[in-house]
Design a protein around this ligand. Structure first.
Ligand code: HMG
Ligand code: MG
Length: 307
């Protein structure tokens, strides 16, 4: 049943991260053909932005070491945005060689995670991104700037809004088109989300350049999303079936499940273009490939998966 609520956007763009954030965290390496089929099924379910893979060091994330093999298998997907993660110029070169036209750099609000994830300080990582963003913009590519640990960090504890603002500003100054605010370990609660978004928009950042990226460790991802929607955010990251995490962040569990998100959005009368039945069937199919049930409540309810 659809019952709209006041003060929410009419449409939300779901930025699907299951094939990247989801599969980077699987113990088993998923065969390239299965990944390609996953991305095709996600697109067929109506997702128009499907983050495909990462051009990072293969030793750092062996699960995505097949980026060169996977990306060409997606060439037939017309009208679907296929962003890829690139940490440095080497990653950008690899992505450009395959014709990628949307890339994402990924910064950290905290020093501990910058070191763990990128082997750099926060400022060294920004310096590493500078030529990546300027070269990508020189080619008219779309550049997303992820920012991890926007709310809390497993080593450093709660993260002050001011620290997050500084790195957001730096990413925008480099030339990023869009920010994605990451709650990498899922500790945010809705008031904190509103406080961060208020600080950003008060500092002059247009809300249509801000996406949110919640992990669901403490079951807060949907509540946090609603707080963001109430603030005017219309880009929400989510992962089919709730796959996900980050291999370099202790206690990062799955992302907000795309199905749980779409269930809420459609219930509110917010358009997404996503066919929830097809999407849930895709996640159930992927859960079979991975050998365990999807953590998404909506997938389980709609596909009657065994607990
Ligand atoms: P490093 O060890 O400092 O690398 O790692 P380096 O710059 O010293 O280079 C060492 C060697 O690696 C060189 O080779 C480079 O060419 C090679 P050599 O000259 O010695 O033969 N190299 C590469 N090879 C292939 N592709 C590359 C590449 N770069 C260097 N791109 C590095 C630094 C950034 C490479 C490493 O730390 C890395 O790959 N990190 C990626 C970690 C990662 O992918 N984490 C998960 C994504 S972030 C996330 O999940 C959070 C997010 O979801 C948001 C949220 O939830 O908060 C986005
Ligand atoms: Mg993530």
């Amino acid at each position: 049943m659809t019952v709209p609520a006041a003060g929410l956007p009419a449409r939300v763009r779901v930025h699907e991260v299951g094939a990247r954030d989801g599969l980077q965290n699987e113990k088993a390496v998923v065969p390239t053909e299965v990944k390609a089929e996953f991305v095709h099924r996600l697109a067929a379910a109506g997702l128009t932005t499907v983050e495909a893979t990462s051009f990072v060091h293969p030793k750092w994330v062996p699960q995505l070491a097949d980026a060169e093999q996977l990306f060409p298998l997606l060439g037939d997907l017309e009208g679907v945005r296929l962003p890829v993660l690139v940490p440095n110029e080497r990653g950008l070169d690899r992505a450009m060689a395959l014709g990628a036209d949307r890339v994402a750099v990924f910064a950290s609000a905290t020093e501990s995670f910058a070191k763990a994830n990128l082997n750099r300080t926060v400022d060294e990582a920004l310096a590493m991104f500078a030529p990546v963003v300027s070269r990508a913009k020189g080619r008219d590519m779309h550049v997303r700037g992820y920012l991890s640990m926007c709310f809390g960090d497993p080593w450093e504890g709660p993260v002050e809004v001011g620290r997050v603002l500084r790195v957001c500003r730096a990413l925008l100054d480099l030339g990023c088109d869009e920010l994605s605010l990451g709650d990498t370990i899922g500790v945010a609660t809705p008031g904190h989300v509103t406080a961060l978004l208020t600080a950003l928009t008060t500092a002059g950042v247009a809300v249509d350049r801000i996406g949110v990226h919640f992990h669901d460790t403490y079951g807060q991802a949907l509540a946090n999303t609603l707080a963001a929607l109430q603030h005017g955010v219309t880009t929400v990251d989510a992962s089919a079936g709730g796959l996900g995490g980050c291999p370099y962040a202790k206690s990062a569990t799955g992302n907000l499940a795309t199905e749980d998100l779409v269930w809420m959005l459609h219930g509110l009368g917010i358009e997404t273009g996503v066919d929830l039945g097809r999407l849930s069937a895709t996640s159930a199919w992927m859960a079979d490939r991975l050998g365990r049930p999807s953590p998404s409540r909506t997938v389980r309810a709609l596909t009657h998966q065994e607990q």
